[in-house]
Design a protein. Structure first.
Length: 118
């Protein structure tokens, strides 16, 4: 089970930190990621982290502004979002896969709303 939290309302240029706590299993061989879906748009990839190596990847739209990280002891993933823009407004979902080489994600969180005002 994945539990996302940390969303809210922030002004453009502000920051938020999202958390995704995993319970019930470890993803030590897998990866976790963040996705987002804005109203009227398809869900899109934001960032991912390989759980064992810590290697990361980002969508071009968030590179240099967002940072994904994980705390293995807490089985929790984070997304630090800085310099937020109105176009970052979306419901943010965390996801996890049991094996990092798998193409799809096995588990999804419930989503947390991020709203950036101009």
């Amino acid at each position: 089970q994945l539990q996302a939290s940390g969303g809210g309302l922030v002004q453009a240029g502000g920051s938020l930190r999202l958390s995704c706590a995993a319970s019930g299993r470890s993803f030590s061989s897998g990866a976790m990621g963040w996705f987002r879906q804005a109203p009227g748009k398809e869900r899109e990839f934001v960032a991912r982290i390989n759980w064992s190596s810590g290697s990361t990847s980002y969508a071009d739209s968030v590179k240099g502004r967002f940072t994904i990280s994980r705390d293995s002891a807490k089985n929790t993933m984070y997304l630090q979002m800085n310099s937020l823009k109105p176009e970052d407004t979306a419901v943010y979902y965390c996801a996890a896969k049991k094996f990092s080489y798998a193409s799809g994600y096995d588990y999804w969180g419930q989503g947390t709303q991020v709203t950036v005002s101009s």
